[in-house]
Design a binder for this molecule. Structure first.
Ligand code: A2P
Length: 339
């Protein structure tokens, strides 16, 4: 079996750790694995399955003999290094927002638009969507294929791990301080995140939405290949360590019963329906999402205020399906079909 040299850029970060762990778990056909980060981390040791890797400095890494680069070190790093890696013959799967909206760069969720992976040849870069969009479009796809989605309202309940390791530490520290009756320091988030909810993710845009919200608008249309879908998001950070939840309210082109929707979702790839109308009969971030691969859908019900409305609750591990796992699924298709 052919083996590939793979570089993980941002290997010491929250997503980078998951990339290494999922590559090992899924027995991706690796030969050499290069764990890369900033100069600060160079020389550190990290685990890859039963191997130990020494972290290399991205700044002086040569991608010439590396076939796949999994980038997750922030948009600025991808802006600088992804084109360099691609020019050296390394196919970049980029988990930042840097290239998602460029027409000639595919934006891929394998369960939705795997056929777009072939377009990696344009620039040598494939973009991995934003975490909150990935889990939502996996759940939208079977419904859109069946009856069409005209519009959707979505409110997200997003975990701090999506911000990175420093945010997990800030939640931990603030929680301890509050329990101990001490004051809290806010460095990563502008307001207290412990025991709170912040209706603010990423920067504010001129139209009053945040960039995280606009990512959900732009990316949903691009991935679903349908510019007519109207998306109205509110994205909220909550004090959950890992796993995003979303309340999604669909306005369909034709009516679909909750029963029919449940059946379609249960048969769709990557989805697990958890929908019993009883105590605990729904998925949550901490109990189903965290550490697992599926997109979980529950609370499927017809909207009592709209003749073609359908509601659902969508949960997934934002570091895995929302980031690292989705990137590795793309890499698996690349090696299976293209390289
Ligand atoms: P480092 O640990 O050396 O700072 P997170 O999203 O959890 O905060 O992680 C961000 C990831 O991006 C880390 O692996 C971090 O490495 C990496 N990173 C940040 N700045 C750079 C840089 N200038 N060059 C390479 N990697 C970087």
């Amino acid at each position: 079996m052919k083996k590939y040299n793979v570089a993980v850029v941002g290997a010491t970060g929250a997503v980078g750790e998951q990339l290494l762990s999922i590559l090992a778990q899924r027995e991706f056909p690796v030969d050499q694995v290069h764990a890369l980060a900033s100069t600060r981390s160079a020389g550190k040791k990290i685990r890859f399955g039963d191997r130990e890797l020494e972290v290399g400095d991205l700044a002086d890494f040569d991608f010439t003999n590396t076939q796949i680069g999994l980038f997750s070190a922030g948009a600025g790093i991808s802006r600088e290094y992804a084109p360099k890696a691609a020019a050296q013959g390394c196919i970049v799967i980029d988990n930042t927002s840097q290239y998602r909206y460029e027409d000639n760069i595919p934006l891929v969720v394998p369960e939705v638009n795997a056929e777009q992976i072939a377009r990696y040849e344009n620039c040598g870069i494939i973009a991995n969507p934003n975490c909150s969009t990935i889990q939502m479009v996996v759940a939208l796809k079977p419904i859109h294929d069946a009856v069409g989605i005209e519009r959707l309202n979505v409110a997200t309940y997003q975990a701090v791990s999506g911000t990175g390791k420093e945010a997990i530490d800030e939640l931990d520290q603030q929680t301890r301080n509050i329990i101990d009756g001490k004051s809290v320091d806010c460095e990563v988030y502008p307001k207290q995140i412990a025991f709170n909810a912040l209706p603010h993710i990423d920067v504010f845009m001129d139209n009053g939405y945040t960039k995280e919200e606009m990512k959900m608008v732009w990316e949903t249309r691009k991935i679903m290949g349908d510019d007519t879908i109207q998306v109205n998001p509110t994205t909220v950070r909550i004090p959950v360590v890992n796993g995003h939840s979303e309340a999604v309210h669909l306005e369909l082109k034709a009516p679909l019963s909750a029963e029919q929707a449940k059946r379609l979702l249960a048969e769709a790839p990557g989805i697990q329906v958890v929908d019993d109308r009883e105590d605990g009969g729904y998925p949550t971030a901490a109990t189903e999402g965290d550490g697992t691969d599926a997109v979980y859908v529950g609370r499927i019900r017809e909207d009592i205020s709209h003749p073609r409305g359908l509601n659902m609750w969508v949960v997934s591990d934002n570091l895995r399906k929302g980031a690292a796992l989705n990137s590795i699924q793309i890499a698996e298709i690349l090696v299976r079909d293209f390289i």
